[in-house]
Write a protein that binds this ligand. Structure first.
Ligand code: SAM
Length: 368
């Protein structure tokens, strides 16, 4: 293996030089994931967990950074012995004391408890989520990443049923639908263990989806979490979308179109606005290569929490209406002048969120 040095945050990392990124690489390191490693460091600085477990550590980039840049006690684990060698090199390059394990992740989770566990697998995180939830201390934190977005977003609905126990659907807001199915899966895993969850920050970026959450053992939190998991009904004719519980499901949309049902999925907020403010501050005062991009992401995700109905795709709406696409500003002005909310979304540059129903949005767009 040939290595070269990169710097993420204030951490020096030896990483393998590869022509092509693949899970078959002797040790896996993906430079484009730096943004979410920056966010992990930011969150650890704010949340101050006593212990952090980088469960599937690869080169050790995340865990070594959390140890060095947030001063947290870290355990890094990878069942690949070559990864473990590199983790040890990276820890000593940065003069941080960490525990390094080379176990199957599930075995490690069965034997220890941590304040913060990060689950960053190849593909779906499903087989690690429940064990990770069980290995958290009382009000612990969990980070979860999924890269099998085609299953979650509706391209492979049967794969989604198999892995996430949920039906996915190709919609004009497919990335949000996918993220909400992932969050719904995590929430249902927590509920099976009498845990409630609070999603602290979640996003869909490039080829992956990621969330950070806190568990809560109180009965009230468990009850609240249960209320936030439902189904969604979508009309391909007018693009109406709404969350519905099983006993509220309908066959036909008010426009006469047929309704498609998918889920279960998370219908609540997927980030905590107050925490987002703290994340922006911490990010601004630190040394992070993704600073500008992360700050934009945090700001947009924070504003999005004002409306939980999935975003509309302006191009899809206009192509259905056979109308040219208007300027986003003029749509915003018209929606707001009629008392509706308008928010941009991190999921899409041509997307917007509003509390107006599809028929109202269609009517406004027709008049522009
Ligand atoms: C996507 S990579 C991790 C990347 C790393 N977290 C980072 O930020 O660069 C997934 C890692 O999980 C390891 N892995 C896969 N299955 C495992 C298991 N069951 N137990 C322990 N490690 C496992 C692989 O060897 C690989 O290094």
């Amino acid at each position: 293996m040939v290595f070269f040095e990169v710097v993420e945050g204030s951490t020096r990392l030896l990483v393998p030089r590869e022509d092509k990124l693949s899970k078959k690489n002797p040790v896996f390191y993906n430079p484009v994931m730096e943004l979410n490693r920056d966010l992990s460091v930011v969150l650890c600085r704010i949340l101050e967990p006593k212990s952090f477990c980088d469960l599937l550590a690869g080169s050790g980039a995340r865990g070594v950074r959390v140890a060095k840049e947030a001063g947290v006690e870290v355990t890094l684990n990878d069942m690949n012995p070559r990864a473990v060698e590199l983790i040890k090199k990276n820890a000593s390059l940065n003069k941080v004391k960490v525990s390094v394990e080379s176990m199957d992740a599930l075995a490690l989770l069965g034997g220890g408890r941590f304040d913060f566990i990060d689950v960053d697998p190849f593909g779906p995180p499903v087989r690690f989520v429940e064990s990770a939830l069980q290995a958290l201390t009382g009000r612990g934190f969990l980070g979860v990443c999924a890269t099998d977005t085609s299953a979650l977003c509706g391209s492979y609905p049967r794969a989604c049923v198999r892995k996430y126990d949920a039906l996915s659907l190709r919609t004009d807001f497919y990335s949000e639908a996918g993220l909400r199915i992932l969050l719904g899966f995590i929430a249902r895993s927590a509920l099976r263990n009498e845990l409630g969850v609070r999603f602290l920050f979640s996003h869909s970026t490039m080829h992956y989806m990621r969330t950070y959450l806190q568990v809560d053992t109180r009965n009230s939190a468990v009850r609240e979490t249960g209320k936030k998991v439902s189904f969604m009904q979508y009309c391909r004719k007018c693009l109406d979308r709404r969350y519905r519980s099983l006993n509220e499901l309908e066959a036909e949309c008010s426009c006469g179109g047929e309704l498609s049902t998918f889920g279960p999925l998370w219908n609540g907020v997927y980030a905590d606005k107050e925490l987002c403010g703290m994340m922006k501050e911490t990010l601004g005062s630190g040394e992070f290569n993704s600073k500008a991009q992360s700050a934009r992401l945090i700001e947009t995700v924070s504003a999005e929490q004002d409306e939980t109905t999935p975003f509309f795709d302006m191009h899809k709406l206009c192509s259905k209406l056979g109308k040219p696409v208007p300027k986003m500003d003029s749509l915003q002005r018209t929606l707001e002048s009629r008392g509706f909310k308008f928010r941009r979304t991190h999921f899409s540059d041509v997307g917007f969120r509003t509390d107006a129903e599809a028929k109202e949005v269609n009517c406004i767009l027709s008049s522009l």
